[in-house]
Design a protein. Structure first.
Length: 215
């Protein structure tokens, strides 16, 4: 018998969530669509596929996030709050004190994120700051989606964070080559999963990051 209180986000993701969580994800999608008319939160060409291109794409990282040693996640260049808002909504019933810290220097986008965290009663901190100017930051996970290339994210992690356990990144069709090139300069371990929403993409979880050389 199917539990009527739990529904699938999507057959592809095979992720069971409550009706309340599903409703909040849907409300978030609608909020992005409506606000996108006045500010550029997502590409106009993806408006009609928000669910798959943005919500489900973000949600599939939950396997890397829903762990006992992860309590704080820092979302760099958050934009519309992707993936941070999605992860916060998914984690809320699992771990109410799970916190996402958002860095988004755009005034209008940071205001939108603040509105969403208040609307969905999420445990969060939203900073309208340039992440490159911040120092001595601490988190469990650094996550970034469509913000900066991997080498820059690695440099931010090393330079601007004093503590972090993992980095989670979305990589496109050249992801394998990007990782190979990075391994020439950095030492790190990584877990990889094929994207469930894009056949050409992968998601990686980086740990034990250390630079080999200093230039």
């Amino acid at each position: 018998m199917i539990d009527s209180n739990n529904l699938k986000v999507d057959k592809i993701l095979n992720l069971s969530v409550s009706r309340e969580t599903l409703r909040e994800l849907d409300d978030f999608s609608k909020a992005i669509f409506l606000r996108n008319k006045s500010i550029n939160l997502i590409g106009k060409s993806t408006e009609n596929s928000i669910k798959q291109r943005h919500i489900e794409d973000s949600a599939q990282t939950i396997d890397f996030i829903d762990k006992k040693d992860i309590k704080i996640c820092t979302d760099l260049g958050s934009g519309a709050g992707l993936p941070g808002i999605v992860l916060s909504i998914l984690m809320k019933p699992k771990k109410p004190m799970f916190k996402v810290i958002f860095y988004e220097k755009s005034y209008h986008k940071s205001i939108f994120i603040k509105e969403m965290t208040k609307k969905f009663k999420l445990t969060s901190e939203v900073y309208r700051k340039n992440i490159f100017d911040e120092k001595n930051l601490s988190t469990d996970v650094i996550i970034s989606r469509a913000f900066k290339p991997l080498p820059i994210i690695f440099q931010i992690a090393q330079t601007n964070f004093k503590n972090f356990k993992y980095i989670i990144l979305f990589l496109g069709k050249s992801g394998k080559k990007i990782l190979e090139d990075a391994l020439k300069i950095w030492r790190f371990d990584y877990e990889e999963k094929k994207s469930l929403t894009n056949n050409d993409s992968i998601i990686v979880k980086i740990s034990n990051l250390e630079k080999k050389y200093e230039y």
